[in-house]
Design a protein around this ligand. Structure first.
Ligand SMILES: [Zn+2]
Length: 401
């Protein structure tokens, strides 16, 4: 028994680590048994990240480990090593793409310590910090490969992934039956499969990658059932294979404690990007973050807020979830009891006077509460969330994590 991890095999043509794993598993000798594969999303700001920053792993049972390792050696040299240096292409991601630097690891009896997974999903990890495997191949990709094995599945969701036939790789139009998709979307445990506002599917990746669809569910049985249903539909194109992956998507594993702070200043920048300055740094709400941005823009100095997010550098928080704890009320001068007209200040310490009847009072303020646009936690709309983000509608995520 052992664990195999694989990462960073993205390339222009076969740009998906799940596909590489599928082909590798298909190549294994019949004598080995493979358990549920896993797809693990890691620190979104990792310097050497490839698109989606996902790594894969699988548990393998074999009575002949030597033969398996020999097979993996040969497979590595023939099929994975040639990916090294390939650039994944994405028109949707302007960040620097590093050339693929694949890595594969084998842990023959034990999983690496869980803390390594936590580090790799919550922070930047360097190659020298990776726990030593019983056998390893390649370089940079060993980080994700090892983290995928170290994940203990404390919080878990599932994804059914199907791969296209090779002659369709690179074609952008993907055929998945709309009716079947609407049906699986209505299953109670599937999630993020269809955008109800736009009526569009969210299961098909963009660009040339070989994945036909990735359908998410909160339990394994539903992922199987829904995947089968989509593939059985006549209007869904033929695939070369599909598997259900255990994933850390929608677990909030990338987030640590929430922060509470007082708003010092709010700057609304171009396109609606919003910077909220607090005593614990600058909190950024991006234009794409929907309700998070709307709430951030509404804030005023003195408001108390609570937020979850990622800190790619010290003093900066990229907001993923936000709520108002308390709002500074609006301060007004009192109304004149006789005329119902708002009184005006006569100057500092001089009291107030009704502009109509000239009635005077002591220097006074009355306050009116401000009504926030949202009463509780907000998150970006579904197509703007990170893979790792746990939907708020699943319950007290923000309080329990
Ligand atoms: Zn008056």
């Amino acid at each position: 028994m052992g664990w195999l991890g694989l990462d960073d095999t993205d390339s222009l043509k076969e740009g998906c680590t799940t596909y590489s794993l599928h082909l590798l598993l298909e190549s294994l000798p019949a004598s080995v048994t493979v358990s549920s594969p896993r797809l693990v999303r890691l620190w979104p700001f990792a310097q050497h990240r490839t698109r989606g920053n996902a790594a894969v792993a699988v548990e393998i049972l074999t009575k002949d480990e030597d033969a398996l390792l020999k097979h993996l050696d040969a497979y590595w040299n023939e099929h994975i090593l040639p990916c090294k240096g390939a650039l994944s292409s994405s028109k949707h991601d302007a960040r620097t793409q590093y050339p693929a630097d694949p890595g594969m690891v084998w842990f023959s009896s034990r999983q690496p310590n869980e803390t390594f997974y936590t580090q790799a999903v919550q922070t930047e990890v360097q190659l020298q910090d990776v726990p030593e495997a019983d056998r390893s191949w390649g370089r940079q990709g060993r980080i994700g490969a090892t983290a995928a094995i170290a994940w203990r599945q404390n919080r878990i969701t599932w994804e059914a992934i199907a791969w296209r036939q090779p002659h369709r790789h690179g074609q952008n139009v993907r055929q998945v039956c709309d009716k079947a998709l609407a049906f699986v979307d209505s299953m109670s445990s599937t999630f993020l499969s269809r955008d109800p506002r736009k009526g569009t599917g969210l299961i098909a990746p963009r660009g040339p990658c070989p994945v036909l669809f990735g359908l998410r569910a909160r339990d394994e049985d539903t992922a199987h059932e829904a995947g089968k249903h989509l593939l059985a539909a006549e209007k869904t194109e033929a695939v070369i294979g599909w598997r259900v992956f255990a994933t850390n998507q929608a677990t909030d594993d990338h987030l640590t404690q929430s922060l509470q702070a007082t708003v010092a200043n709010v700057d609304i920048l171009s396109r609606g990007n919003c910077v909220v300055t607090t005593e614990s740094g600058k909190w950024l709400a991006f234009a794409e973050s929907g309700s998070v941005k709307i709430l951030a823009q509404w804030l005023q100095p003195g408001d108390e807020i609570e937020g979850y997010g990622l800190s790619p550098e010290f003093g900066i928080l990229h907001l993923e979830k936000l709520r108002l704890v308390s709002a500074q009320p609006i301060q007004h001068r009192p109304m004149c009891e006789k005329c119902s007209v708002r009184m005006k200040s006569m100057g500092k310490g001089q009291g107030c006077r009704c502009p109509k009847c000239r009635q005077r009072t002591d220097d006074a303020w009355v306050s009116t509460p401000r009504v926030p646009p949202f009463p509780s936690w907000v998150q970006p709309q579904m197509d703007a969330r990170r893979h790792l983000a746990r939907p708020l509608e699943w319950g007290d995520a923000a309080d329990s994590f």
